[in-house]
Design a binder for this molecule. Structure first.
Ligand code: NDP
Length: 602
């Protein structure tokens, strides 16, 4: 507890944090990771849906939405609500759902509460089964959105976009796909998601492994047995299985592997912080009594609290709001004791609360883990928000199972991999199966992650226009790329604890702009150069968040510990007033119907 920590305890913590960070800092930062090539090239394939041959399509489309995850689905729904009927979703996956289509590993679920995470619950009449719901239920919700708003009938699934190029004479984008389609789209919305391109750990010899190997985002149930609902993976009972990575994904699938595998080895570079989850079922009776408009209220309440604001009650009440409420209340205490409200007081409130929280997280490890050495290795020594916080009530317990061994690499990572297994600190661990839980590309360029480039007016490529960082108005409109709408969170609200809220709110603005353009018969809409420049100046005037905090242990939250370039800064910026300020601003902006900063041409 805060009050029990002396100044010297706090100083000792800082020293320990720096020591642990220094072990992990590496000059190659993001470039340590490998693309899925060679032996792993099939990682990018779709193992879930057979490719059904079809004739190439040559047609006009009013709105083409690239990506059929929550970003594309929500914007598609908003467009339908605004009266736009010709909306076509396109996705390389065989069905809608985005990350929830691809990630079917056992135990997959969302640890942001379903009441705020699942978009359009009211519009689709959906009651989540529990506070935190499993991946199959989330995927089913994605399908429900598609069906409710009739987005499936025209969707081009199992179809990858290859290129998008603006044709000034037609005022349309010409879109080529890997199925030979040529689409002429008046408007293009891109919802390609922040975390979908799997990356591999840059471990020497990774391509030489001769056993079975797969990335968590392409779980091979044909090999393991079991299924996405978490059934026992009976085919692993006589196998030696290893997993590389202990991030949010691994934390969810490790309990299942521990239950199923004959022998199980967890190769850890940095332990995650594992806070309590406390999941519980949702009472349909209670749910039925919620008033119309409840979901926006809940989303707002979550974000207000999660960004240090005040609200009468904490509706979601979870690990995300817990840490921010502690920081906020500590700041209030400090101000009452005479401190001036400003960055220094906020930093002190943050550090005090974080010390308290992380001591609790570490104490929980001791309370659960039987073996002293294993407990010591599972304790995270960094501030909670340096890495993606995790919440789980079965993960730590797995290490008490006799078949499960934690192989801690003391921050160094796996030494090398050979044909038969994994080496750590000179010890060889022979394996039949290697599960790779090394996450997804984050710091790489937008066009690389989406898998296609977009040529705007005069053939200027988006990759070129954004070579020194993203430039946009509101994170949505890009100068020189008429009728293009980016669906995301950067340069807008930057709400990352509940990403779909960005789509729900931005979707309203996107739909209004398109509906207005159609109503008044414009051919092109894009931001003025001045508006785009001013927005960039505005959002970079005050950097929020911990991105780039030099004291953090490296990870994708802080550019893998490398300095923040101008490009990283642009790509990571949001409204200086925080998510709620952005959402309120955008709502007012669209409701005036003037769309200040946009230029419409007939
Ligand atoms: P992460 O990037 O979070 O984790 C990758 C893991 O691989 C880390 O533990 C990393 O260690 C480890 N690693 C990388 N290279 C090596 C190496 N050479 N040797 C040993 N270990 C290595 O990926 P995840 O797939 O776990 O999660 C990605 C994101 O997906 C999450 O942050 C979250 O945003 C999202 N997600 C959300 C969920 C939800 O409930 N909403 C559930 C699951 C994922 P190190 O930490 O040292 O870098």
């Amino acid at each position: 507890m805060t009050s029990q920590l002396t100044d010297s305890d706090r100083a000792a913590l800082r020293t320990r944090y720096r020591t642990e960070r220094d072990k992990r800092l590496r000059l190659d930062g993001n470039t340590q990771y490998l693309e899925a090539t060679g032996r792993y090239a099939n990682l990018l394939d779709d193992p879930y849906t057979p490719l059904v041959p079809r004739a190439p399509l040559h047609t006009d489309v009013q709105v083409l939405v690239v990506g059929a995850g929550f970003a594309g689905l929500v914007v598609g729904a908003r467009l339908k609500q605004a009266g736009i009927t010709d909306v076509r979703l396109i996705d390389k996956a065989g069905d809608v759902g985005g990350v929830w289509y691809w990630n079917r590993y056992p135990g997959a679920m969302c640890d942001t509460a379903a009441m705020v995470y699942l978009p359009l619950l009211e519009e689709t009449g959906t009651v989540p089964s529990a506070k935190y719901v499993p991946a199959p239920e989330i995927q089913a919700h994605a399908r429900r959105i598609a069906d409710t708003f009739d987005l499936r009938r025209d969707a081009l699934l199992s179809t990858g976009v290859e290129s998008i190029a603006w044709d000034e004479s037609l005022s349309r984008y010409i879109v080529h796909t890997d199925r030979g389609d040529v689409l002429r789209a008046k408007y293009v919305c891109t919802g390609t998601g922040p975390l979908h391109l799997p990356k591999l750990p840059g471990i020497p010899g990774i391509h030489s492994f001769a056993g079975h190997a797969f990335h968590t985002s392409r779980w091979d149930y044909a090999y393991t047995g079991g299924d996405p609902t978490g059934a026992l993976m009976t085919d692993l009972a006589d196998k030696r299985v290893g997993i590389i990575g202990t991030g949010a994904t691994a934390v969810q699938c490790i309990p299942h592997l521990s239950r199923s595998a004959g022998e199980f080895f967890v190769f850890q570079r940095t332990p995650s912080s594992i806070d309590v989850r406390n999941n519980h079922e949702i009472d349909p009776q209670w749910f039925a009594n919620l008033e119309t408009g409840w979901q926006r209220k809940w989303m707002t309440n979550f974000t207000v609290l999660q960004t240090l604001g005040f609200a009468e009650e904490d509706l979601v009440k979870d690990g995300w709001t817990d840490i921010s409420i502690r920081i906020r209340d500590r700041a209030v205490e400090l101000v009452k004791a005479g401190a001036t409200l400003g960055p220094e007081t906020l930093l002190k409130a943050y550090e005090d609360s974080d010390d308290e929280k992380m001591n609790e997280v570490r104490a929980r490890v001791d309370a659960i883990i039987g073996d002293e050495h294993t407990a010591a290795a599972l304790k995270p020594w960094y501030r909670q928000l340096c890495k993606r916080p995790c919440f789980h009530d079965e993960y730590l317990q797995s290490f008490n199972n006799a078949n499960t061994q934690l192989v801690d690499t003391d921050g160094k990572g796996v030494e090398r991999i050979d044909e038969r297994g994994v080496w750590v600190a000179g010890v060889h661990y022979p394996l039949d199966c290697l599960v790779i839980a090394s996450g997804f590309e984050v710091g790489t360029s937008y066009t690389r992650r989406s898998g296609f480039d977009i040529a705007g007016r005069d053939g200027v490529a988006l990759s070129e226009y954004w070579a020194n960082g993203m430039r946009s108005l509101h994170g949505i409109h890009v100068r020189g790329f008429p009728n293009l709408f980016v669906i995301g969170f950067t340069q807008g609200a930057n709400q990352i604890a509940n990403v779909p809220q960005n789509y729900v709110e931005n979707g309203l603005a996107i739909a209004d702009v398109i509906a207005h353009s159609e109503a008044v018969g414009v051919r092109q809409v894009e931001p003025t150069q001045v508006a785009e420049n001013d927005w960039l100046t505005f959002i970079t005037s005050n950097q929020r968040g911990l991105r780039g905090n030099p004291d953090c242990t490296p990870g994708y939250y802080n550019n893998e510990g490398q300095p923040i370039s101008q490009s990283d800064m642009f790509n990571g910026s949001g409204h200086p007033g925080g998510p709620i300020a952005f959402f309120e601003f955008l709502d007012a902006w669209r409701q005036t119907g003037e769309f200040v900063g946009l230029q419409f041409s007939a």
